[in-house]
Design a binder for this molecule. Structure first.
Ligand SMILES: *[C@@H]1O[C@H](CO)[C@@H](O)[C@H](O)[C@H]1NC(C)=O
Ligand SMILES: *[C@@H]1O[C@H](CO)[C@@H](O)[C@H](O)[C@H]1NC(C)=O
Ligand SMILES: *[C@@H]1O[C@H](CO)[C@@H](O)[C@H](O)[C@H]1NC(C)=O
Length: 188
């Protein structure tokens, strides 16, 4: 079983997800999503553990609109081992109605680009967002969850709001790792 997990993790290393048995849980994304208000810069505060990414700090995402109404993603991070800053560009598209926060995301420059789901489970647009991604893979499903905040060092109250959404959806907190947002360059 462990071997299967390892292969799945490698196959999905690009999206860095945690494998679970069975199919994706049936979660509900938020209602009345407003993409315009969701755009702009977010700081990654916590995410599910991804071993290949170990050592990434100062992780940020900047979402903006492309001319064709797709969302341009610019993710930046700094290697805590080497201090080298890297960035990657992606494209996200709404898959349904414009007020339905279900998107697919792809990073064309990756060796194996594929569409990953990106659901905004909840956000208040001004302080926190909880993002969920789950893909069925046969007898397994692979998941990732992100807590994003507008501030690099959010207050406990803001992170608590995100945890409430996570708990309400029965998402395990056991796989979260905190993203180091200390001593980051202002440009990240
Ligand atoms: C985010 O990206 C947009 C479009 O490229 C750019 O205009 C904006 O300045 C960026 N915001 C930040 C905070 O980097
Ligand atoms: C939308 O525009 C972006 C940025 O120019 C481009 O990369 C992408 O392929 C376009 N998508 C479609 C569906 O035309
Ligand atoms: C979470 O788990 C509880 C108890 O098992 C259940 O009643 C509830 O419906 C679940 N909620 C979701 C969103 O799955």
């Amino acid at each position: 079983m462990l071997r299967i997990f390892v292969i799945v993790i490698i196959a999905n290393a690009a999206m860095a997800q945690v494998p679970f048995l069975g199919t994706c849980p049936n979660l509900e994304a938020m209602q009345n999503f407003e993409l315009e208000r969701y755009l702009g810069k977010w700081y990654e505060v916590e995410r599910y553990f991804a071993w290949f990414e170990f050592g990434g700090k100062c992780v940020t995402a900047n979402y903006s609109l492309n001319e064709n109404a797709s969302v341009k993603i610019l993710n930046k991070q700094i290697s805590s081992l080497t201090g080298v800053a890297t960035s990657i560009e992606g494209i996200a598209r709404l898959i349904g109605r414009s007020d339905d926060p279900k998107l697919t995301v792809t990073f064309p420059s990756l060796p194996l680009p594929f569409d990953a789901p990106y659901w905004v489970l909840d956000t208040d647009y001004i302080s926190y967002a909880v993002v969920w991604s789950c893909t069925n893979l046969g007898v397994l499903n692979v998941r990732n969850v992100w807590i994003l905040t507008r501030e690099p060092k959010p207050s406990v109250a803001v992170v608590e709001k995100a945890y409430q959404i996570i708990d309400k959806n029965n998402i395990s907190r056991a796989y979260f790792i905190r993203t180091d947002q200390k001593n980051c360059p202002v440009t990240n």
